[in-house]
Each structure stands twice: as C-alpha cells, then as structure tokens.
Design a protein around this ligand. Structure first.
Ligand code: HEM
Length: 143
C-alpha cells in the first residue's frame, strides 16, 4: 500500500505536469461528444424528441425552439469542458412556474441519452455529461 507521502508526491507531480501544459481544461468529454458539430447534431436530434413526447411537450408549446437549441448547445459544450460559455437564463428562473416533476426531468434525460446513442457517443462520455447535468435537477424540478 502506498504511504500518504507517496500519494501526496504523485498528486503534486500530476499537478506540476498539468501546470506545465497550461491551465487544466478537462475537454475529453467535449472531444468524446464530437466537439461543436457533434454537440449540434445531438441537440438537433434531442429537440424534436422533446417536442414529440406527450409527458413534456406541453411545456414547450410557446417556446422558441431555435433559441432553446442554441442554449442547450452552449450549455452542453461548457459542461463538457469545451470552449463555450452558456449565455442563457438561470436554470432556476427559466424553469420556475413550469411545475416540472422528477418523471419529466428523467424523460428529458432519457431522450438526451437516446440522442447520444443515435450519434454513437461512448457510454462513458454519455455518463460524464449526464452526471454534470444531474445537479440541475434540484433547480429544475419544482413539483
Ligand atoms: C436535464 C434537464 C434540463 C436541462 C439541462 C434544461 C435546460 C434548458 C435550457 C438551457 C434552457 C434555455 C434557457 C434560455 O432560454 O435562456 C431551457 C429552457 C426551457 N426548459 Fe429546460 N432543461 C431541462 C429540463 C426541462 C424539462 C424536464 C422541462 C419541461 C418538462 C423543461 C422546459 C423548459 C422550457 C419550457 C424552457 C423555455 C423555452 C423557451 O421558451 O425559450 N426543461 N431548459
């Protein structure tokens, strides 16, 4: 078993190596999603799935779907460690008053996974993105 000192040394070495290569940006998830064009394809598959699903489509009846697609692309790109900045509204503010349930949140997450499957995204990469979206559940679900 490694001693604490050894572990600290390994950690320090890893940090030093990271610093030598510039700021540590975790972009393997972004690359795994296929970069900007891969993310665009996923979102372009996802949005029609959302608006066709009886469990959630009612919420989007007055929505600007072009704007939604653009914001989702920015958001997924940023969360995946890509070179984007989400410029949309605060997650709590935009979803407030929609009375979204856990089941509806899960429905959207399932569609996202199906869209990623359709574009051949590796399960480990899918899991990373979904794990980064998961903390938003408490901001989005109000019912
Ligand atoms: C993983 C879960 C979800 C994520 C990451 C997410 C993300 C987003 C984003 C980025 C926007 C755009 C904000 C903006 O326009 O500035 C948005 C808007 C919206 N979301 Fe969600 N959302 C999620 C779940 C849901 C669910 C489950 C529903 C409804 C059942 C929902 C309904 C809406 C509606 C109605 C809008 C407003 C669209 C518009 O009118 O422009 N969202 N969401």
């Amino acid at each position: 078993m490694k001693t604490l000192t050894e572990l600290v040394c390994i950690g320090t070495l890893a940090l030093a190596t990271g610093c030598a290569h510039g700021p540590a940006t975790e972009d393997s998830t972004y690359q795994g999603l296929g970069g900007q064009s891969g993310i665009r394809k996923i979102v372009d598959t996802l949005v029609p799935m959302i608006t066709a699903d009886a469990r959630i489509k009612e919420s989007f009846k007055d929505s600007d779907l072009k704007n939604l697609a653009m914001r989702l692309q920015e958001q997924f790109c940023e969360l995946a460690g890509g070179p984007c900045k989400y410029k949309g509204k605060d997650m709590k503010d935009i979803h407030d008053g929609l009375n979204i349930t856990n089941a509806q949140f899960n429905a959207l997450a399932e569609h996202l996974q199906a869209a990623m499957d359709k574009h051949g995204i590796a399960p480990a990469v899918q899991n990373k993105l979904v794990a980064r979206l998961a903390p938003m559940q408490k901001e989005i679900v109000t019912k």
